[in-house]
Write a protein that binds this ligand. Structure first.
Ligand SMILES: [Zn+2]
Length: 140
C-alpha cells in the first residue's frame, strides 16, 4: 500500500489536548507533570496544525462540487476555462467545438457557425467523438 498523503490545516483554537509529556489521561505515566500543571491536559492557543488525509479532502471536494466551485468563484474569481477546440467543416455544416473546463471536468458545446441552430451539448468525450464522426461522414 502506498503511503497516505496528508495535508496540514490549522486546528480550531483554543484547543485542549492530552498532555504528551506525562500522558496522565491515558493512565500511562505518573500523575501529571509541570508541563500540564498536574491536570493531564494542555491548553493550546497558538499555531496548532492537524494533518488530514488528502484523499478525504478530494472526496469532500468531489461530493460538494457545486458549493466548492461557487466558493472558488466568490473568493478567487475562478471561473471555468472556455476555449474553441476546433472548427469542423462538413457536408452537414460548419461547427465550432467549444470546450468548457472546470474543477468538475470538461463539457463540450458544438455551435453551428454557418447557420442558426440550437447548440448541442456533450458531457463525455465519447459522445463528442461520435458526433464528430457523424458529421464528418455526412450523417452516414
Ligand atoms: Zn503532563
Amino acid at each position: 500500500m502506498s503511503k497516505q498523503i496528508t495535508v496540514k490545516f490549522p486546528a480550531p483554537l483554543p484547543a485542549e489536548i492530552p498532555c504528551p509529556v506525562c500522558r496522565y489521561e491515558e493512565g500511562l505515566k505518573g500523575n501529571g507533570c509541570v508541563a500540564c500543571q498536574f491536570t493531564g491536559a494542555i491548553h493550546i492557543t497558538v499555531d496548532a496544525k492537524i494533518p488530514i488525509q488528502r484523499a478525504h479532502i478530494i472526496k469532500y471536494v468531489a461530493n460538494n462540487m457545486s458549493v466548492v466551485s461557487s466558493e472558488l468563484t466568490k473568493l478567487f474569481g475562478l471561473v471555468p476555462e472556455v476555449e474553441t477546440k476546433e472548427v469542423v467543416d462538413s457536408e452537414l455544416g460548419q461547427f465550432e467545438i467549444i470546450q468548457v473546463s472546470s474543477l468538475g471536468g470538461a463539457v463540450w458545446i458544438a455551435n453551428r457557425l454557418d447557420e442558426f441552430a440550437p447548440p448541442k451539448y456533450f458531457y463525455t468525450l465519447k459522445e463528442l467523438d461520435l458526433f464528430k464522426k457523424g458529421i464528418e461522414n455526412g450523417g452516414r
